[in-house]
Write a protein that binds this ligand. Structure first.
Ligand code: FRU
Length: 494
């Protein structure tokens, strides 16, 4: 569907589908100079239904070319979430050594089976492409992994594990994950299980990921695990574990009851990382679905539903509390940065309007501020607002060491009673200097606090775009020591 992506609430620098329903990002893989993004898609409606894999490609993860639907449901079921790899050595035999196949590994969800009261209606299937993902063939002997007799058995994330020379699949199975190994992507053997007594269990486990990252010269394994409901601010959210993986078993470094969150905001779910990023690049690149199952079907957009987060680079950091996952916006965002205004260093005591610091509209912008003496304030932060008085608050309360996002007066909120609830996140860093980097699109903010140690992503729906930005500090003065307001270009302009 051709359109100009200018509908009310349409994100201007985030990926969204041309039309109709979207949920999880799927099959993110880099191949021959292109980042592929597939996504859970129902092309016939703006609410969830029979799942397809929508498809887009990008050279920078910011500007996207929409492609035709890659995978349609078939007699084995809907096409649920999963991953994609480049089978460089043609272990599957589905391509050639000269032209290695891209292989997608996904869940089949047989709705008829579910309706008939069966429990084995989720299985894993594969499909392959030998033309850079433009056309896909389903494997004739699907499913490649049958259901062992459990209802929730889905969302395979596959990667090559070099030390054990095998493909490893991590799969979400109700309240735990299971690992499977394969030499050829078509026949799989169970390796182990993890998680029944670890982490958050407020809901079903979904969309896992497993990858290594180095911290202070040491390799650790990170497991991402989406959970719905049971998120720190209600509904859907993504937790993580740090530990080791030996090709068979994952062991967690964290105490069993610890829950760690990739993003504390309400709107970053089912995120996983790109596979096949060249070693010379070496980044671990992440993208999530910018919504929440609490209200995803109800958000007030007409022609399409939902968007993805900005792409982020994940890394590990040693902190006094232990090793923690840090998220930062990717450097490719420089391609949408336009004019920038330096903010004057000043005392904030009450409210300071930053709007006029910029000679450009602030509707699409990036705001970075360094604040000092924050413990002198009771409540400080950033207010985005429009002429109707609708506003979004991104704040921090030093006494409780909690960040918050308050969207209770942000605009349209009554489509869900969950939506206006104030969201909070504990601050990990200590100290009196706080940096906030905030990306403001027409329907979302992404807040990277303390260089990505705490992240919050939140969507909103004002009746007119926010065009004013203020800093505030209540009951005490703080210092703005430096800051920048940068205009961001719409990705639909070029
Ligand atoms: C996560 C999820 C996955 C599933 C998909 C179905 O949001 O529930 O577990 O594969 O969505 O669309």
């Amino acid at each position: 569907v051709a359109n100009n992506f200018q509908e009310t609430h349409r994100p201007q620098f985030h990926f969204s589908p041309p039309a109709k329903w979207m949920n999880d990002p799927n099959g993110m893989v880099y191949h021959n100079g292109e980042y592929h993004l597939f996504y859970q898609h129902y092309p016939d409606s703006t609410v969830w239904g029979p799942m397809h894999w929508g498809h887009a490609v990008s050279k920078d993860m910011i500007h996207w070319e929409h492609l035709p639907i890659a995978l349609y449901p078939d007699s084995l079921g809907y096409i649920f979430s999963g991953s994609a790899v480049v089978d460089a050595n043609n272990t599957s035999g589905l391509g050639t050594k000269e032209n290695p196949p891209m292989v997608a590994i996904y869940t089949y969800h047989l709705a008829e089976g579910e309706k008939a009261g069966k429990i084995d209606y989720q299985t894993q299937g594969i499909a392959y492409s030998t033309d850079n993902g433009r056309t896909w063939e389903k494997y004739k002997q699907n499913p490649v992994l049958k259901n062992p007799g459990i209802k929730d058995f889905r969302d395979p994330k596959v990667s090559w594990h070099e030390p054990s020379k095998q493909w490893v699949m991590i799969l979400a199975v109700a309240d735990h994950v299971e690992f499977y190994g394969s030499k050829n992507l078509t026949s799989w053997t169970k390796l182990s299980e993890f998680g029944k007594t670890y982490g958050g269990h407020g809901g079903v486990w979904e969309c896992p990921d497993l990858f290594p990252l180095t911290v202070d010269g040491k390799q650790k394994w990170v497991m991402l695990l989406s959970i719905n409901p049971g998120g720190p601010n209600g509904g859907s959210a993504t937790q993580y574990f740090i530990g080791n993986f030996d090709g068979k078993t994952f062991t967690s470094d964290n105490p069993a009851k610890t829950t760690l969150w990739v993003d504390h905001g309400t709107d970053n779910y089912a995120g996983v990382t790109w596979s096949n990023i060249p070693q010379a690049d070496g980044r671990r690149l992440f993208m999530g679905w910018m919504s929440n199952w609490l209200y995803a079907d109800d958000v007030p957009t007409d022609t399409w539903r939902s968007a993805m987060t900005l792409p982020r680079e994940l890394s590990l950091k040693n902190t006094p509390q232990g090793i923690r996952l840090v998220s930062q916006p990717v450097k490719e965002l420089s391609s949408i940065r336009a004019e920038s205004a330096d903010l004057k260093s000043q005392t904030i005591n009450g409210e300071v309007d930053l709007t006029k610091s910029a000679s450009f509209p602030v509707t699409l912008s990036e705001l970075t501020v360094s604040l000092e003496d924050i413990d002198k304030s009771k409540d400080l932060g950033i207010e985005l607002s429009n002429a109707q008085g609708q506003k979004l608050l991104i704040g921090y309360e030093p006494a409780s060491k909690q960040f918050y996002i308050d969207r209770s007066k942000s605009g349209k909120i009554d489509f869900s009673k969950e939506f206006p609830k104030k969201q909070t996140a504990p601050r990990l860093s200590t100290g009196n200097t706080l940096t906030l980097q905030v990306f403001i699109d027409v329907a979302s903010v992404e807040v990277f606090a303390d260089n990505g140690e705490t992240v919050m992503t939140s969507i909103f729906f004002p009746d007119a775009n926010y065009d004013q930005v203020k800093l505030y500090s209540k009951e005490g003065a703080i210092q703005l020591t430096s800051g920048q307001l940068t205009r961001l270009k719409s990705i639909w302009d070029q």
